[in-house]
Ligand binder design. Structure first.
Ligand SMILES: Cc1cc2nc3c(=O)[nH]c(=O)nc-3n(C[C@H](O)[C@H](O)[C@H](O)COP(=O)(O)OP(=O)(O)OC[C@H]3O[C@@H](n4cnc5c(N)ncnc54)[C@H](O)[C@@H]3O)c2cc1C
Length: 405
């Protein structure tokens, strides 16, 4: 395909792009849909990349969001290995010069794993985990590696650490903040994960600044600012995402969108990890969410607006997220940033408990550790901003569904 004219052009064949195409057809859209993506794969799910796919427990074809035939049956054309470099006035230009004219464009380009900018950041043996190809490269290296340094104690880094520790690797997690998961959880959850990883033999270094990666062609040491050297055969860098915004003529942390996922550019929507939106669960603050929930719900909102115009329901979904590490499943609902009080339900020592986040007495989020019932029942409390007395909330013998606002 050299160029073309499409009613809807979706840029990014990931979770959000795929769900947008699906939602358009579900909404009855009959126009032409082209989805272009820079990867070689059909749309696939990323969460297993740091979990069962890294562990070798899930084959690549089971990552696919839909089987190949689905896209043909729905008349959705997918063009892989095509990177859009520029979007202007109804035309998207690929890096190789091909032109794609569009009626509406859905920018679902996610982002790229942030790289370490210190000396040695591009040595051999230094990996990120964002794409299926990244994990294939990592796994090839791991087959001859014993010592793994994981730089970044966020969800992706910790999930990878858990998989590799369980596979007998010698794992060191290096986190710049004084606690794990500092950006997204309260200290009680950070402490729980610190103890969990240490109990599985993972060395966790906190408040540790990486100054350089050293080695002769391949990484062999992570050098910290205090002079310590962490020996390693492989380094995994999990320090976040840089959203893809430049081809839209933007810079900064995300593509600003309104409640229908429209950007300021006529006929251009942005959804998923790259979209910066005013989130009701963040008290209207403009944020980006990197989650399957956000990708799916924004895709639905954009598709509905393309089909139904302003009559479409705006994006207002309650955020949720999960993380699997060892035999611990964390399920989060709501956004905890800005809380002024936390309440613990259940005994953390038992391995199953929930941390409830409150702001001015109202429930804004829950982190449920091996506590699926609290997660399911707590969602409605977050959606309502329910106010429940802390001592009642703390009583794990009372189901959350019995706690009315
Ligand atoms: C390792 C890992 C584990 C995760 N675990 C969880 C989890 O447990 N729970 C959860 O809720 N979320 C999890 N997430 C987050 C979730 O996968 C993302 O939020 C989701 O994939 C976002 O979808 P997206 O379509 O916005 O972006 P992506 O899935 O990243 O898709 C964007 C696509 O656009 C392509 N692209 C970028 N620029 C261009 C361009 N200029 N031209 C063409 N194509 C382009 C990219 O290559 C990519 O294929 C995880 C993510 C990772 C990486």
């Amino acid at each position: 395909m050299t160029s073309g004219v499409f009613d809807v052009l979706i840029v990014g064949a990931g979770q959000a792009g795929a769900m947008a195409a699906i939602a358009l057809r579900q909404e009855g859209f009959t126009g032409s849909i082209l989805m272009v993506g820079e990867e070689s794969d059909l749309p696939y799910e990323r969460p297993p990349l740091s979990k069962d796919y890294l562990a070798g427990e899930k084959p690549a074809d089971r990552l696919l969001i839909r089987p190949p035939a689905f896209w043909t049956e729905r008349d959705v054309t997918i063009l892989p290995e095509t990177r859009i470099a520029h979007v202007e006035r109804g035309v998207a230009t690929a890096e190789d010069g091909r032109l794609f004219h569009f009626g509406k464009l859905i920018w679902a380009a996610g982002g790229h794993a942030r790289k370490l900018r210190c000396p040695g950041g591009d040595l051999g043996g230094v990996h990120v985990i964002r794409t299926r190809q990244d994990v294939d490269n990592l796994r090839a290296d791991l087959s001859v590696a014993q010592r793994v340094a994981v730089i970044g104690g966020g969800y992706v880094g910790l999930e990878a650490a858990a998989v590799l520790a369980a596979h007998g690797k010698t794992v060191t997690v290096i986190e710049a903040q004084p606690r794990l998961l500092a950006r997204v959880t309260a200290p009680a959850i950070s402490d729980h994960y610190l103890a969990l990883h240490r109990s599985h033999g993972v060395e966790v270094l906190l408040s540790a600044q990486v100054e350089a990666l050293e080695g002769d062609g391949r990484v062999s040491t992570v050098r910290l600012a205090d002079g310590r050297g962490i020996p390693c055969d492989v380094a995994i860098v999990g320090i976040g995402l840089e959203p893809s915004v430049a081809p839209l003529g933007l810079d900064g942390n995300g593509v600003p969108v309104d409640a229908h996922c429209r950007t300021a550019i006529p006929d251009v929507y942005a959804i998923g990890d790259c979209a910066a939106h005013a989130n009701a669960y963040a008290r209207g603050q403009v944020i980006r969410l990197e989650s399957v929930q956000n990708a799916v719900d924004m895709a639905k909102a954009a598709a509905a607006h393309i089909v139904h115009g302003d009559a479409a329901r705006p994006y207002a979904a309650c955020p949720w997220f999960w993380s699997n590490q060892y035999d611990v499943r964390l399920q989060t609902v709501g956004l905890s940033a800005g809380h002024d009080e936390t309440v613990t339900r259940g005994d953390p020592e038992s391995g199953s408990f929930t941390l409830v986040y409150l702001r001015e007495g109202a429930i804004i989020a829950l982190d449920c550790i091996n506590a699926p019932r609290d997660y399911v029942q707590g969602k409605a409390l977050v959606e309502r901003g329910a106010k429940v007395a802390p001592d009642r909330l703390a009583d794990a013998s009372i189901p959350l569904k019995e706690m009315q606002a």
